[in-house]
Write a protein that binds this ligand. Structure first.
Ligand code: A2P
Length: 282
């Protein structure tokens, strides 16, 4: 008698135990403050690159009733709209109600994902131009990770300039690797084309640890260093467009600089010269 090898069906999926459950497929930790993860994508979910969804975990049981409520936060989708999975880039806040637990997820675990994408960092809200700036701090890079992998990003512009400012060098790893991979990946070359990949200009800066380029991007705009380094003219509403994603204070400060340069904020219903989204934490 020969022993039979047990057969496992590749297609077998775990039965969802959470409302709107999706399964974690990959987790990558960058620093003790930052990680990214990928989850399965609901078949019905359509979104525009740059949008966000609410994701989370079940909260702790209520001390008296024992009832559990979902603990949800807004997260920009970091993967492009054509990707079969969804990617997210997150901070780990030690005492953050969600991220203190979310940082421990493993492949195979489930998270909650409400499939209702929204957001302002979309091409529909911007007028065509010559140069498109993506200004990001910290995890505010996430929506740009999506947009940089989207062919539409390159259609209306000659240059796509991505600035990413973090406290330390290691916190730039996610954006640096993503852009390096974008430029060396055969599939991305085929999808975006060499001409479009050549439009990408990456400008990373740090504020607390020594690196080749130091300083807040707001300072580098104000003193003109950004434009001298890139060899481009200062911000001009006739040619320049911007998408901004970072902390509240950062968004506030850069908005003032963009408006001072004569750029007007756009919306889905009324496209303009820049759009802003808060990078969500918790
Ligand atoms: P800084 O180190 O000078 O505070 P965080 O990790 O706190 O979210 O910050 C991410 C990056 O954004 C840091 O390099 C930080 O610089 C920078 N930053 C914070 N607030 C502002 C602001 N109002 N304008 C420009 N950059 C800012």
């Amino acid at each position: 008698m020969t022993e039979q090898t047990p057969v496992t069906l590749d297609t077998a999926k775990p039965v969802p135990t959470l409302p709107d459950a999706q399964t974690v497929t990959q987790v990558k930790h960058y620093t003790d403050r930052l990680f990214s993860f990928r989850v399965t994508r609901p078949a019905s979910l359509r979104f525009r690159s740059g949008e966000f969804v609410m994701i989370g975990l079940m909260g702790d049981p209520h001390p008296e009733t024992g009832k559990q409520k979902p603990l949800l936060r807004a997260y920009s989708i970091a993967s492009p709209s054509w990707d079969e999975e969804l990617e997210f880039y997150s901070i780990k806040v030690p005492d953050g109600p969600l991220t203190s637990r979310l940082q421990h997820i493993q492949p195979g675990d489930e998270i909650i994902l409400r499939p209702k994408p929204v957001g302002t960092l979309v091409h529909d809200a911007l007028l065509p131009g010559k140069r498109l700036y993506f200004f990001a701090t910290g995890t505010g890079f996430a929506p740009f990770a999506s947009l940089l992998r989207e062919p539409e990003t390159y259609e209306n512009y000659d240059e796509v300039i991505i600035t990413h400012t973090c406290r330390d060098v290691d916190e730039l790893t996610y954006s640096r690797e993503l852009i390096e991979n974008l430029k060396s990946d055969e599939m991305m070359l085929e999808l975006l084309g060499q001409e479009n990949l050549d439009k990408i200009r990456y400008y990373p800066t740090t504020t607390r640890e020594q690196s080749p380029k130091m300083g807040r991007i707001t300072t580098l705009i104000e003193n003109g260093e950004l434009f001298v380094d890139l060899g481009v003219p200062p911000l001009d509403p006739a040619t320049d467009r911007a998408m901004v994603c970072g902390s509240l204070a950062f968004n506030h400060d850069i908005k003032a600089l963009l408006e001072k340069a004569g750029l007007h904020e756009g919306a889905n219903s009324d496209p303009g010269q820049f759009v802003i989204e808060k990078a969500f934490v918790g």
